[in-house]
Design a protein around this ligand. Structure first.
Ligand code: 9G3
Length: 568
């Protein structure tokens, strides 16, 4: 491609709202342009990267035995009413009416569509298992689209769906996709972790894993074990809770009330009583599916509401407001405690680790000290309801320490089970002729988000540094002087030679100063640059590796063979 014709205007500055590196660089290097918040045009350079990622996706999905299809973005609302999700989602689900006033949604995902399709296409166990995938535009009206392609409102997703006749079959389909994902992210040059995750709104019976590209700007926090391979989203991560005290509290005096006027935070209470937050039993009142419950956690921990929700199997869990708390505890907020409540107590394991503690007295302006779990309140419904902390011991290997890293979720795989096949009636006849529900899994990769994640991990102060497998071109061929016939001839000969060898090459044939060409080349970030300059008279060109910035003088043939080898 000749750069004088390429639609790729590089910018000296990025707009102020572009904060993360990938957003700034993709704009400045002429890869994308914003049409509206969270909605982007891929310019030729950006589209070439997207197409390269798609090629990797198709190769690995096909290798894993999945079949590609393409579903519509426009989905009848009836499907979402049948699955019960039409009202489960708010403004994030884009709804519209057609000319006959029929309701549709712009698809944010395709469980309903694919399940309906399979209901109509498959009726015998002989036709299963099957895994289908598509690479297709998704619509999610994010409240706050940001960071360029990282969180858009219209974005590209590879979504796959597996259908099996047994749970063992689902495990195999899941493993096949899991392996394909590892190869995909490796080939795209991503430093990633597969982490245990929470199934969230999608539900489903089995486990799920998220694939996280490690990046400081990542929105997700992952707990990673220093010893074993354990890695989990903080929503789900667990650790070994260290026991405090000698474990004997037989001679602990009876609990007694203490006046704590205006003291309704853990920090303030700790100061007021000259104790540590870890000596306090934090009690918060929640509404679980609307019913009040109390959750207790040691004062130096935070409650993990996802864990509570999953343990209780409820759809909604929200902190009770002041009047509900007052009605349930007969006290204002900050004085709730486990003794004397008539609602269920859900006790985190960090409470069990306490010999005694200070708790709210369920009376405004009063707390209790010497409260002993099991003696002063029933210890039932014990669970893991806290957010783990860095440095804690890994619950899996019980030796390594947990440390936190940030990640960008680029993939998510789920064992759905029969949630959708049941809702939409996707059944097949088994070998005995009786009807069975198909057992499903679903597997997503954010394709446009992946492009940004790659840039976050592959860039420097001068610009992007594309991994060879997905770079828009392999070589940036730069003649220095368009006036010098030796240089332009050598450059054009190389250009033709590269094209003959099937090497994707961008020739900077613009009438620009060398400095401009080099700055643009650094910004665009092709993996190799070939500079045709004053050494052309000796038949030599400068070979520059964009990542290491290593420079070498090579002959035309050496450069050609060096490039061809690296693109194999
Ligand atoms: C919606 C809206 C947003 C959503 C969903 C539905 C996320 C929704 C979860 C998934 C699960 C998997 C198949 C590919 C992999 C991910 N955001 N999810 O279901 F209506 Cl507005 O999409 N789907």
């Amino acid at each position: 491609m000749r750069q004088s014709q390429l639609l790729a205007n590089t910018l000296r500055e990025a707009p102020a709202e572009a904060e993360v590196a990938s957003h700034r660089l993709l704009l400045r290097a002429g890869y994308i342009r914003q049409l509206a918040a969270g909605i982007y045009t891929y310019l030729p350079l950006g589209l070439r990267v997207l197409r390269n990622v798609e090629r990797v996706l198709r190769e690995e999905m096909d290798r894993a035995g999945a079949q590609e299809l393409l579903m519509p973005a426009l989905q009848p609302a009836e499907l979402w009413q049948e699955s019960g999700r039409y009202n489960a989602y708010g403004p994030e689900l884009i709804r519209l009416a057609d000319r006959h006033q029929r309701e549709f949604v712009l698809g944010p995902t395709h469980e309903e569509v694919i399940t309906k399709l399979m209901k109509n296409e498959i009726n015998s166990y002989r036709k299963l298992p099957v895994t289908l995938y598509q690479i297709q535009t998704k619509f999610r009206d994010e409240r706050r689209p940001r960071s360029g392609l990282l969180r858009g409102r219209e974005f590209l997703m590879k979504d796959a769906y597996s259908f099996d006749i047994s749970w063992e079959g689902l495990d195999q389909s899941y493993q096949a996709m899991f392996g394909a994902y590892q190869r995909i992210f490796d080939r795209c040059g991503l430093n990633f972790r597969a982490v245990e995750a929470d199934a969230g709104s999608i539900g489903g019976e089995g486990s799920t894993h998220e694939f996280m590209a490690l990046a400081d700007i990542g929105e997700d926090t992952i707990a990673v074990c220093s010893q074993c391979g354990y890695a989990a989203n903080l929503e789900k991560a667990s650790s070994v809770v260290n026991q405090v005290g000698s474990g004997s509290n037989v001679d602990r005096p009876m609990s007694e009330k203490i006046h704590t006027p205006g003291v309704h935070t853990i920090e303030h209470l700790a100061q007021y009583l000259h104790i540590r937050p870890r000596d306090i039993m934090k009690t918060l009142i929640y509404l679980a599916d609307g019913n009040p419950i109390a959750v207790l956690v040691r004062g130096d921990y935070e409650i993990n509401e996802i864990k509570v929700k999953n343990a209780l199997g409820v759809d909604t869990l929200e902190l009770a407001d002041a009047e509900t708390t007052a009605a349930v505890t007969q006290a204002s907020v900050g004085f709730a405690g486990p003794i004397g409540l008539s609602i269920p107590l859900h006790i985190d394991e960090t409470i069990i680790s306490m010999e005694w503690g200070v708790a709210g007295a369920n009376e405004s302006e009063f707390h209790l000290r010497h409260v002993v779990p099991g003696r002063d309140f029933i210890v039932a419904r014990v669970g893991d309801f806290h957010i783990v902390k860095e440095g804690e011991v890994c619950a899996r290997c019980e030796t390594g320490k947990l440390r936190f890293v940030q990640g960008i979720e680029v993939g998510h795989v789920f064992k759905l089970g029969t949630k959708y096949s049941e809702a939409l009636g996707a059944r097949y006849l088994d070998a005995n002729g009786s009807e069975q529900l198909m057992i499903m899994g679903c597997y997503g990769i954010g394709v446009s988000r992946l492009v940004s994640a790659v840039v976050e991990q592959h860039c420097d102060e001068r610009g992007m540094v594309w991994p060879t497998a997905i770079a828009p071109y392999q070589v940036h061929l730069i003649p220095i002087s368009s006036k010098d016939t030796t240089q332009t001839k050598l450059a054009n000969d190389m250009y033709d030679a590269f094209k003959q060898r099937g090497v994707e090459v961008l020739l900077d044939d613009r009438e620009e100063r060398a400095g401009v060409k080099f700055n643009d080349s650094d910004l665009i970030g092709l993996p190799v640059r070939i500079v045709v300059g004053k050494d052309a008279v000796h038949g030599k060109v400068e070979y520059v590796d964009r990542r290491s910035n290593e420079k070498q003088l090579l002959s035309l043939d050496e450069a050609l063979s060096r490039i061809s080898a690296s693109t194999l």
